[in-house]
Design a protein around this ligand. Structure first.
Ligand SMILES: [Mg+2]
Length: 209
């Protein structure tokens, strides 16, 4: 979130409350800390056009050993079992470079997830309830990695990036390929929320991970 916006909000709270000076100062600092935490959680470490642009050498250089992969609009079009072009080869390259991978999706059934994961030769976690961290933890168990050696790749800030950052993994945001046929909650709620966050949070310092 922009420094100017944070400053404006803090100043507004500071000037509007009727508490004494020290209480106002404490309250304002708490609000600033909260904004700072959300800013940390909402910014991806890396942004790329598509998952196949993610370089395994970059991941290895950052100490990453396992990659959690969102399914819809990251590996495959929404509600489809067909992978985006190049994904199969890209996952094979990851494995050849010594990395592991796991599909982590909020889909509740294995109908679509299983065939995709089997084609890629990687494990999967369904009903992950992203941005909660339970599904991410299960995926790390399957890959035998820790948060500091794991990356999360997905197309939604509010689910994939927010959840991954809360756990302390390396987060990578990809551009969603096909958004017109997504379900209503995603189209009407999550995508506008993502656009809003992108507008407010433009930069993360490279040194933050
Ligand atoms: Mg997705």
């Amino acid at each position: 979130m922009g420094v100017r916006l944070c400053g404006f909000i803090a100043l507004t709270i500071f000037s509007m409350t009727s508490m004494d000076f020290s209480a106002r100062l404490r309250y304002t600092l708490r609000v600033a800390k909260l904004f700072s935490y959300f800013r940390y959680c909402l910014l991806p470490h890396h942004i790329i056009p598509g998952v196949i642009e993610l370089d395994s050498a970059l991941l290895i250089a950052r100490g990453i050993r396992g990659v959690m992969l969102d399914l819809d609009n990251t590996l495959a079009p929404w509600h489809s079992q067909e992978l985006f072009p190049g994904v199969e080869e890209w996952v094979a390259e990851l494995y050849a470079a010594g990395l592991r991978a796991c599909v982590v999706t909020n889909a509740r059934t294995t109908d679509r997830v299983r065939p995709v994961a089997l084609r890629l030769g990687i494990p999967w976690v369904t009903s992950a309830y992203k941005p909660l961290t339970r599904g991410f933890r299960r995926a790390m168990e399957l890959m035998g990695t820790l948060p500091e050696t794991t990356a999360m790749v997905g197309d939604l800030i509010s689910l994939d990036v927010f959840g991954g950052n809360r756990l302390g993994v390396f987060t990578v945001l990809v551009q969603p390929k096909v958004v017109w046929d997504e379900d209503l909650p995603t189209r009407l709620l999550l995508r506008p929320l993502d656009r809003c966050i992108r507008g407010l949070c433009r930069h993360r310092k490279p040194s933050s991970r």
